[in-house]
Design a protein around this ligand. Structure first.
Ligand SMILES: [Zn+2]
Ligand SMILES: [Zn+2]
Length: 454
């Protein structure tokens, strides 16, 4: 009764939380205070289906597959299928995704209307609806406020989130720019006739009037092309969070993969995209398959697009280097390393000489090494080792007799059993560190805990 919340019970817009009342974590706070629909079970699934989405996503492929059994695919129709697939796909990738959701470039009104019309051929809802969901996806990636949270499974993030009513409202995302965008308003107003015209009528009519293949145009270029294009986009939400590498960051699930790039018109460099979403490229390297990047670059040259945004290469490389260091650190941790100075017993010179009478000990660069098991393996012969037992062989090891290889120094350091009281003569500290440890990868927390440098 007397319990008082520091912040409002439910936060509709994280950008409008009163100063001083910001919760520890917006996502966990919202999930705790927002009501969710019950989980989908065998007893309630039929009540939880989103029937409009179900119709749009299931009827065209079903009719298309049935029709394909009795409709031969003519070469002209096949070529038109591939061409029109890319043309309408550009509407989604260059329009919905990179222009309206991420504002990664500016387009002329002519290009905006063209993309708005073409995108209707893939029937994925209006610009504003799509961008609202996708902005929430980027803002709350991998949480329950992400409409296609990939932690809910591959099938759910691919199509389940559309077929079933959402369990929660997607996290807040600002689309006020699109609500006042005349192209987005126009497309929203005429979406249904536009979608019917661009997705069904045009592809069928081109085949019909072009080479007399009305039936093939309807089955292949219209219904099946529509389904393939839809699933190509869905793969960005499913496969691109599941298959491939994480070359820029591994905090979340997005991945980079040539395979997914090929099936999503270049959107498969999704790890890069989630790190640098305002970059007009998804594949930032010139050789990476990203036809939308090439399309937008051409549009810029022709004057249809301006202000193509790219992320600072210096920051991109930092992300790449961090991941490379992470992988190297794993490799480093899997290897055995010499005992540290602090882990070794400190031995006086007299003690060292006394123990060397019964044990093959040799002193090099301030460390005492037990070389008992190395006599027969020493490439220079055992006699050179024998005459240095119980002595300081630092000079002999580092060039006095033979300037040993880095590998020899690395191996020697693995035989440390003690450290000589008084250490090494000034100026020879470099020799105490084996070459394999000159460039060790150290975590920031380890550096902070190591105290003052010795
Ligand atoms: Zn994503
Ligand atoms: Zn995106």
């Amino acid at each position: 009764m007397g319990f008082k919340l520091d912040v409002p019970l439910f936060i509709e817009d994280p950008n409008r939380i009163p100063a001083g009342k910001i919760p520890e974590n917006f996502v966990s706070y919202t999930l705790k205070h927002q009501e969710a629909r019950p989980p989908i079970t065998w007893s309630n699934w039929h009540r939880e289906i989103h029937w409009v989405h179900f119709f749009v996503l299931c009827v065209p492929p079903t009719l298309g597959l049935i029709g394909a059994c009795s409709t031969p695919l003519r070469l002209e129709t096949a070529i038109w299928f591939v061409f029109y697939y890319h043309l309408t796909g550009i509407g989604i990738t260059a329009g919905y995704h990179r222009l309206w959701t991420h504002r990664s470039y500016k387009a002329t009104k002519g290009l905006e209307y063209t993309l708005a019309i073409l995108s209707a051929g893939v029937v994925q809802g209006s610009i504003t609806w799509w961008a609202r969901g996708h902005r929430a996806h980027h803002r709350y990636t991998d949480t329950d406020l992400d409409p296609y949270n990939s932690h809910k499974g591959l099938l759910y993030s691919h199509i389940g989130w559309l077929i079933f009513k959402p369990r929660r409202k997607p996290g807040p995302a600002d689309v006020s720019d699109l609500r006042s965008n005349p192209v987005a308003i126009w497309q929203h107003k005429y979406y249904l006739p536009l979608a019917f015209l661009v997705a069904i009528v045009i592809p069928t009519a081109v085949c019909g009037y072009g080479w007399g293949d009305w039936r093939g145009g309807f089955v292949w270029a219209s219904l099946l092309r529509l389904s393939v294009a839809q699933h190509s986009t869905f793969c960005v939400n499913s496969l691109c969070h599941w298959l491939g590498d994480k070359p820029y960051d591994d905090k979340h699930t997005p991945t980079d993969s040539l395979f997914t790039a090929l099936i999503t018109m270049g959107e498969g460099y999704h790890n890069y995209h989630h790190q640098f979403p305002m970059d007009y490229r998804n594949g930032c390297k010139w050789c990476q398959y990203d036809p939308v990047k090439w399309f937008l670059w051409t549009c810029e040259k022709l004057g249809f697009a301006t202000h193509l945004k790219t992320f600072s290469d210096n920051e991109v490389q930092k992300g790449e280097l961090t991941m490379q260091l992470k992988h190297l650190r794993h490799k480093q941790e899997a290897l055995s390393w010499p005992s540290e100075k602090s882990d070794l017993p400190v031995i006086t010179w007299e003690d060292y000489q006394r123990q060397a009478e019964s044990r093959a000990l040799i002193c090099i660069a301030g460390f005492i090494h037990d070389i008992s098991d190395f006599f027969d393996k020493h490439p220079g012969g055992s006699h050179l080792l024998e005459k240095n037992v119980g002595k300081d062989a630092t000079t002999a090891f580092f060039g006095g007799l033979y300037d040993h290889s880095h590998a020899a120094h690395n191996l020697l350091s693995m035989k440390r059993v003690g450290i000589l009281l008084g250490g090494v003569p000034h100026g020879s500290e470099e020799r105490m560190v084996p070459p394999s440890q000159h460039l060790r990868i150290t975590r920031h927390s380890e550096l902070a805990g190591s105290g003052s440098p010795k």
